[in-house]
Design a protein around this ligand. Structure first.
Ligand code: ATP
Length: 234
């Protein structure tokens, strides 16, 4: 008997200037699981995340968060009910220190000390660099900080867009280790990646998206077995 999905898309379509780029997408992200959405450039992955986070309004369909219809809700209201997104590109404040960046999450009423006690055990490297300006850290460290800041807000679900972008394979592996640790704390994760290997290693479920449609959903083994390289953009 499985719990109802934490996030569910039902018949979501979306367009830019009358051109439809998502075509009746159905997707269910189970509570406490990591779901990876894979697909080539232009598949519609980022658009789907924008629709989920309230940054782009769908032309059809509905979105449910913890069983509640949230279609049309503003990003800030979605954040308040536990939806947290880390967009492509990192969005840390370069002139603030690591600790100051983490403290930005205190708007949800958590103390600075609580945030550090929650985050530093998962990200020991950030503790070592707590007083360093974020902008002087490596790309991978900055991405880690963005993830840490998201965790600090105690989200129910985290959306990750192309975590691996521009990073060396070893760094990507380290980041995905962290994603695995986050999932172990019970946070649901929806992640989007163009390249599959690392994402499939950490995911419980994977979906393949192409041409604005979900083509397949399955376990990482099923998806890896069936994937045609064309879907992955090479
Ligand atoms: P990538 O991996 O390259 O980021 P993606 O799967 O995230 O690709 P989207 O960025 O969602 O794909 O793009 C889906 C389609 O929508 C593409 O054809 C793209 O050109 C188009 N598109 C995206 N953003 C806009 C925009 N602001 N205006 C017009 N068309 C857009």
């Amino acid at each position: 008997p499985s719990a109802p999905p934490l996030l569910e898309l039902r018949g979501i379509s979306a367009a830019y200037e009358q051109v439809e780029v998502l075509h009746k997408v159905d997707l269910a992200v189970p509570t406490g699981k990591v779901m990876a959405v894979l697909g080539p450039n232009g598949a519609g992955k980022t658009t789907m995340l924008k629709v989920i986070t309230g940054l782009h309004q769908p032309t059809a369909g509905d979105i449910y968060l913890a069983g509640r219809c949230v279609t049309g809700a503003a990003p800030v209201d979605l954040a308040r009910i536990g939806l947290c997104s880390i967009p492509e590109g990192r969005g840390v404040f370069p002139n603030l220190t690591v600790s100051e960046n983490l403290w930005m999450a205190t708007y949800r009423g958590v103390s600075r000390k609580e945030i550090e006690e929650k985050v530093f055990p998962i990200f020991p490297r950030l503790e070592q660099r707590r007083n360093q300006a974020a902008g002087t850290m490596s790309g991978g460290e900055q991405q880690m900080l963005a993830v840490a800041r998201a965790i600090a807000t105690n989200p129910a679900i985290i959306l990750l867009d192309e975590l691996s972008m521009g990073l060396a394979p070893l760094v990507v592996d380290q980041l995905y280790d962290v994603v695995g640790k986050i999932a172990e704390t019970g946070v649901t994760v929806l992640l989007v990646e163009q390249f599959a290997r690392t994402a499939l290693a950490v995911a419980d479920l994977a979906a393949v998206m192409s041409g604005g449609r979900i083509l397949q959903v399955g376990t990482p083994d099923e998806i890896a077995g069936d994937l045609h390289s064309a879907y992955l953009g090479g």
